[in-house]
Write a new protein. Structure first.
Lengths: 308, 233
C-alpha cells in the first residue's frame, strides 16, 4: 500500500476511536430527548465527572500499591458508573422534574445552569488547571513498511473499541429485551399512553438519565485514559460534539446516535489529515449546521409528524 | 362502581366540563354520547386523572380517585382504550400487550395473554408484527387487548369505532358485549350513537360540557331529541 493510503488508514483508526466515545455520550442525549423531548445540556458534565472519578480512583489505587491493571480498570468502571449515574439522576431531579410541564425553554436554561455549576464545583474542588495522568495502557500493534509508513493500533484504542462494542450490545439488549427497556421505548413513543397503562413514567424518565449517565461515564473513563489530560471544561466540547453526533444520526434514535458518533469521529480525523487540526471543530460544527438546514431529522431519525 | 359527582374540569381558563354527575354500576354498559367537542374525551381523561378535575369527586369501587396521579388511578383496576387507539406503533403486538400488564407478575400476565389471544385470534397471527403495520381494526383490537392485560374490573372505551369499516365495527361491539358478559363493567364514549345505545344498559347525553339527558339505552334510542340530534332524524 502507498504511504498515502496507509496514512488514511491510520486516520480512520483514530477517527473510529474518537467516534466510539462520541457515540457513547450521544446516546445519553438521544435517549433523554426521545422521551421528554428536551436536550440535557448538563450531560457533557456527567462525562467530565466520569473522567475525574477515573483519575482520582486510579491515583488512589496506585498510591495504595495496587498495580494489576485489569483490577484497577474494573474498580474504576464500577466507581465511575455509580458516581456518574448518581449525578445524572440528581440532574433530572433538580433541573428537570420540578419544571416538567413548563415551557420548554425553562428546563433548557436550568440545565445550562446545572452545567455551569458542575464545571465550577469540580473546578473548585479539584482545581481548574489541567490534571494529567501518566499513560496506564502502553504499547500497540504496528504494521506496514517502516520505510514508508507505519500504522499503529494502540492497545488503548482496541480497549476503547471493545468497551464501546460491549456497552452498545448491553444497551441494545436492555432496550429491546428487558421489561424496563421496553417501557423506555413505550415512553418515547407515547409518554401519556404509558402513564395511562399505570406505568410510573417518572421512574422511567429517571432511568433514562441514569443509563445515559452510565454510558457517559464509560466514555469518560476511556477518553481520559486515552488523552491522559483533563480539566473541568472537557465536558463542554465533548458534550457539543456528542450532541452533534446525536443530531447527525437523528435525535431520538439510538442506532442513529451510534452511527452519528462514528461518522463524526471519522470526519474529524480525516479533516485533521488534510488541514491543520484546529479545523476539525470547524468541520464538525459546520456539519451540524448543514444537517439542521437540509436534514433536520438526521440520518436515521423519523421526521417530526404534526399531530392533529 | 364508578361515581362522578359535580365534576368541573378546566383547560387553563376554559371550562370544559360543567358540574358533571353520573354513575356506572357494576356489570353495566353505560354509554356517553354527544357531538364533537361536547367534552366526552375530556370526561374520560378526567376519570384517568389527566387533566385533574378542578372540583368535585370521582369514586371508583368506593374509593376516591380524583386527585391521584394517572398511573396510580390506572392501577386501581381501571383501564382505558383511548381515542385514536394509541398503540405503540414501533413495538410488536406482544410487546404492546405486555406493556398493559407492566405492574402485574409474569405468571399472571401469561395467563391473561392467553385469554386475550383467544378472544382476538387475529392478534395471535400477528404476535411478532409491529403494531404500526397493522390495519385500523387490528390496532383497535390490540388497544382493547392491551387494556384487558391489566385484568381491569372496568374498561373505558373512547370512540372504539372511529374510522373503522362497518363489519369491523360490528366485531368490536360484539367484543364489548362479550367483555361485559365476563363481568367487566364498560363505560363507552361514542359518536356512533345508534350502535352504542343498542348495546348499552343506560346512556348519558353530553352537550357543551353538561349532562343534558340520562335514560336507559332503549329509551334514548326512541327519544325524539336524541333522534334528531344524534341518530339522523
Amino acid at each position: 500500500m502507498s504511504e498515502f493510503s496507509l496514512y488514511l488508514l491510520q486516520q480512520l483508526i483514530n477517527g473510529l476511536t474518537i467516534g466510539s466515545t462520541y457515540a457513547l455520550i450521544a446516546i445519553g442525549y438521544t435517549m433523554v430527548y426521545g422521551i421528554i423531548g428536551m436536550i440535557n445540556f448538563a450531560h457533557g458534565e456527567i462525562y467530565m465527572i466520569g473522567s475525574y472519578v477515573t483519575f482520582i480512583v486510579i491515583a488512589g489505587l496506585l498510591g495504595m500499591g495496587l498495580v494489576s491493571l485489569p483490577i484497577v480498570l474494573l474498580i474504576v468502571l464500577i466507581v465511575a458508573v455509580i458516581v456518574s449515574s448518581t449525578y445524572g439522576w440528581t440532574v433530572e431531579r433538580v433541573a428537570y422534574r420540578p419544571l416538567r410541564g413548563s415551557n420548554r425553554l425553562i428546563p433548557l436554561i436550568s440545565a445550562i445552569g446545572m452545567s455551569i455549576f458542575l464545571q465550577n464545583y469540580v473546578g473548585l474542588s479539584q482545581g481548574y488547571r489541567d490534571a494529567a495522568l501518566p499513560p496506564q495502557v502502553v504499547g500497540g500493534w504496528t504494521f506496514g513498511d517502516p520505510a514508508v509508513f507505519e500504522v499503529t493500533i494502540s492497545y488503548m484504542q482496541s480497549i476503547i473499541w471493545i468497551a464501546t462494542l460491549l456497552t452498545m450490545t448491553a444497551l441494545t439488549l436492555f432496550i429491546s429485551r428487558s421489561r424496563m427497556g421496553r417501557a423506555c421505548r413505550a415512553c418515547s413513543e407515547d409518554l401519556g399512553m404509558t402513564n395511562l397503562l399505570g406505568i410510573d413514567t417518572n421512574k422511567i424518565i429517571a432511568l433514562t438519565f441514569i443509563v445515559g449517565a452510565a454510558l457517559a461515564a464509560v466514555a469518560g473513563i476511556l477518553l481520559s485514559l486515552y488523552y491522559g489530560v483533563i480539566n473541568p471544561f472537557v465536558g463542554f466540547i465533548a458534550g457539543l460534539k456528542a450532541f452533534t453526533a446525536a443530531v447527525l444520526g437523528g435525535i431520538g434514535s439510538i442506532p442513529g446516535a451510534m452511527l452519528g458518533g462514528l461518522i463524526l469521529g471519522v470526519t474529524e480525523a480525516m479533516t485533521a489529515a488534510f488541514f491543520p487540526a484546529e479545523y476539525k471543530d470547524v468541520v464538525s460544527f459546520g456539519l451540524l449546521v448543514l444537517i439542521l438546514l437540509f436534514r433536520p431529522s438526521g440520518l436515521l431519525g423519523k421526521p417530526e409528524v404534526e399531530k392533529v | 362502581m364508578l361515581r362522578i359527582e359535580n365534576v368541573n374540569t378546566h383547560y387553563g381558563q376554559i371550562q370544559a366540563l360543567h358540574d358533571i354527575s353520573l354513575e356506572v354500576k357494576q356489570g353495566e354498559i353505560v354509554t356517553l354520547i354527544g357531538a364533537n367537542g361536547a367534552g366526552k374525551t375530556t370526561l374520560m381523561m378526567t376519570i384517568c386523572g389527566d387533566p385533574q378535575a378542578t372540583s368535585g369527586t370521582i369514586e371508583f369501587d368506593g374509593e376516591v380517585i380524583s386527585g391521584l396521579d394517572t398511573p396510580s388511578v390506572m392501577r386501581k383496576g381501571l383501564a382505558i382504550v383511548p381515542e385514536g387507539r394509541r398503540v405503540f406503533s414501533g413495538m410488536t403486538v406482544e410487546e404492546n400487550l405486555f406493556m398493559g400488564s407492566y405492574f402485574r407478575s409474569k405468571a399472571e400476565a401469561q395467563e391473561t395473554v392467553k385469554h386475550v389471544l383467544e378472544l382476538f385470534p387475529r392478534l395471535e397471527e400477528r404476535f411478532d408484527q409491529r403494531a404500526g403495520t397493522m390495519s385500523g381494526g387490528e390496532q383497535q383490537m390490540l388497544a382493547i387487548g392491551r387494556a384487558m392485560m391489566s385484568k381491569p374490573r372496568m374498561i373505558l372505551l373512547d370512540e372504539p369505532s372511529l374510522g373503522l369499516a362497518p363489519i369491523i365495527i360490528q366485531q368490536i361491539f360484539d367484543i364489548i358485549e362479550k367483555l361485559r358478559d365476563e363481568g367487566v363493567t364498560i363505560f363507552l364514549v361514542e359518536q356512533n350513537a345508534n350502535q352504542a345505545l343498542r348495546i348499552a344498559d343506560r346512556g348519558y347525553v353530553l352537550e357543551n360540557g353538561r349532562v343534558v339527558l340520562e335514560d336507559t339505552g332503549d329509551a334514548l334510542l326512541v327519544n325524539d331529541d336524541v333522534r334528531k340530534a344524534y341518530l339522523g332524524g
